[in-house]
Write a protein that binds this ligand. Structure first.
Ligand SMILES: [Zn+2]
Length: 225
């Protein structure tokens, strides 16, 4: 089962990915981790990606797809994976479809955690990030148990300088255009499921699980027919 998790920065994807991973028993494959692991382990495609990054260039989609292929070939991913951070553009979504098709698979569900732009700005400007593990919190929506201390590893939480509202608004604009194009792609393929991301975190989780189960039941039903 291949699940694509979609949402703008600040929509709470990281938190929900962990919930889905535990629920579905398939790994959470975040693009950032994918790159870091492939580069650290110096796999052939990892070295190729590193060469682009060292040269200050974007890693071509084909290279990212091969990294994904490597990752999906690992034993923990035999049941599928939750993709997070890829596809980021409509072009990548098409490339992913072609790649999965070549393996006799497809994106079974694309789950969108939907949050309006203005809410995103509010959320992102209150974000606190753990410098050690990258765990994220929010002063208002998801505060740590102790003030400015990470619940997971006890390290200090910081507010990034580029988390000012104007900076965020500018940064979001391009990202949202790309996200909307990816959403349109999965709406067209029929894989899209939308969950209102303005609800409390546990309700969003429940909504995602319900959307996924409803979607998969539909898929199974149509396969039997
Ligand atoms: Zn942490």
């Amino acid at each position: 089962m291949i699940v694509v998790l979609l949402g703008a920065p600040g929509a709470g994807k990281g938190t929900q990915a962990a919930v889905l991973r535990d629920r579905l028993g398939i790994p959470h494959v975040a693009t950032g981790d994918l790159f870091r692991t492939a580069i650290r382990e110096a796999t052939p495609v990892g070295l190729e990606a590193k060469a682009y990054m060292d040269a200050g260039q974007l890693v071509p989609d084909g290279v990212t797809i091969r990294m994904l292929e490597e990752r999906l070939g690992r034993p923990d991913a035999t049941g599928g994976a939750i993709l997070d951070g890829f596809p980021r553009t409509a072009v990548q979504a098409v490339a992913l479809d072609h790649f999965l098709e070549s393996r006799g698979a497809r994106v079974d569900a694309a789950l969108l955690i939907d949050v309006p732009a203005q809410d995103l700005v509010e959320r992102l400007s209150g974000r606190l990030v753990c410098q050690v593990g990258g765990h994220s919190y929010h002063v208002r929506f998801n505060p740590p148990r102790a003030d400015r201390i990470c619940d997971v590893d006890g390290s200090p939480l910081i507010q990034r300088a580029d988390d000012a509202p104007e900076t965020i608004r500018a940064r979001l604009a391009g990202t949202l255009d790309d996200l909307n194009a990816v959403v349109a792609h999965y709406r067209a393929t029929g894989a899209l499921r939308v969950v209102d991301g303005r609800q409390p975190i546990t309700d969003v989780s429940a909504g995602l699980v319900a959307a996924l189960e409803a979607g998969l039941a539909g898929v199974q039903g149509s396969r039997q027919a």
